[in-house]
Design a protein around this ligand. Structure first.
Ligand code: SD4
Length: 319
């Protein structure tokens, strides 16, 4: 009898330790559909995503379509085609995608493919895995109908050659050498999805992978609560598993903006002197269609498209 009681007590303790209580509050009226994307180029990405969402389409299709816009734009130097290369002059791409059922797919250190986000989706849908990297990811892409392209444009090669003169690798606080697109959507059915795609830190070490293709770090979606994505110095986001943290903070009842701010605070607390010099920004959307952002340094913008239109906002910042 005693041991049975002990067992019941222990099981109750176990349950309370392992299940995070959710105090997330659903509102009567949900602002849907809605899509949000990081940085100024999020405006164009949102237009592509909105075409799908406004037609009753699925959030997953919307975030993929949105992410493909800067990926295919040779003038964007931080994503896909035309992305700035690593220090060896190679353009290496990272991307991930996650749907309302918690399915996810990711590619990292992928070369020669313009749309890594679509390869990530194929990984999610066609393999039992979450992540493929490097040459394996390339072989998988080629086997699935993607074609090999030259991603280094004349402009990005020129910028790289200039950089090589000093070869100074210093992740700076402004947006010049980092602009990942993270895109989050809530569709008319009330389902959430997210995507994130980047060429990573410019002039990084060959083989370096940041937060963007890492589920939980650069992107996280929980269809019960909300979704989050990040931009900036990926190493700092990985250290705190940033986007999973933001979603869990929303689960505890925090607004999207507060959850983003608390994640930024965590980075600050861990490394206050470094935080002064770098940029990290989080963007979050909850199940009610409420959204918010927060970053370390001024300058992080995000675009929001809902039934009232498409607009660009400045994120609040710590500094
Ligand atoms: C990375 N987080 O590779 C990416 C870069 C980025 O805005 O977001 N730039 O670390």
């Amino acid at each position: 009898m005693t041991s049975r009681r002990k067992f019941i007590k222990l099981s109750a303790l176990g349950a309370s330790l392992f299940s995070t209580p959710s105090v997330f509050a659903f509102r009567g009226s949900v602002n849907k559909p809605i899509v949000l994307s990081t940085w100024d180029f999020g405006m164009q990405a949102n237009v592509a995503a909105w075409k799908i969402l406004s037609d009753g389409g699925r959030a997953l299709d919307a975030v993929e379509a949105g992410a493909r816009v800067p990926e295919g734009d040779a003038k964007e130097s931080s994503v896909g085609l035309g992305g700035l290369p690593d220090r060896n002059g190679r353009v290496t791409l990272d991307a991930c995608i996650m749907d309302e059922e918690g399915n996810c797919g990711s590619v990292a250190f992928l070369q020669h493919i313009v749309h890594p986000i679509s390869v990530a989706r194929k990984v999610m849908e066609k393999t039992p895995h979450v992540m493929l990297v490097g040459d394996g990811a390339l072989q998988f892409a080629l086997a699935n109908g993607f074609t090999k392209e030259k991603l280094l444009t004349k402009e990005s090669e020129k910028t790289w050659r200039e950089w090589k003169k000093k070869s100074e690798y210093k992740p700076v606080a402004n947006i010049e050498n980092h602009d990942t697109i993270g895109i989050l959507a809530l569709d008319a059915k009330g389902n959430l999805s997210g995507a994130c795609t980047t060429s990573g830190m410019a002039f990084k070490l060959h083989g370096r992978v940041g937060d963007s293709p890492i589920i939980g770090a650069g992107l996280y979606v929980d269809n019960e609560i909300g979704a989050a994505t990040s931009t900036g110095v990926g190493e700092e986001v990985i250290r705190i598993v940033g986007c999973h943290l933001v979603v869990e903070l929303m689960r505890q009842g925090n607004s999207p903006e507060d959850a983003c701010r608390m994640a930024v605070d965590r980075i600050l607390k861990k490394n206050p002197s470094k935080a002064k010099e770098i940029q990290v920004g989080f963007l979050a959307l909850n199940k009610n269609g409420e959204y918010g952002a927060y970053c370390l340094q001024k300058g992080f913008t995000y675009a929001v498209h809902d039934a009232s239109g498409n607009k660009l906002s400045n994120s609040k910042s710590h500094y």
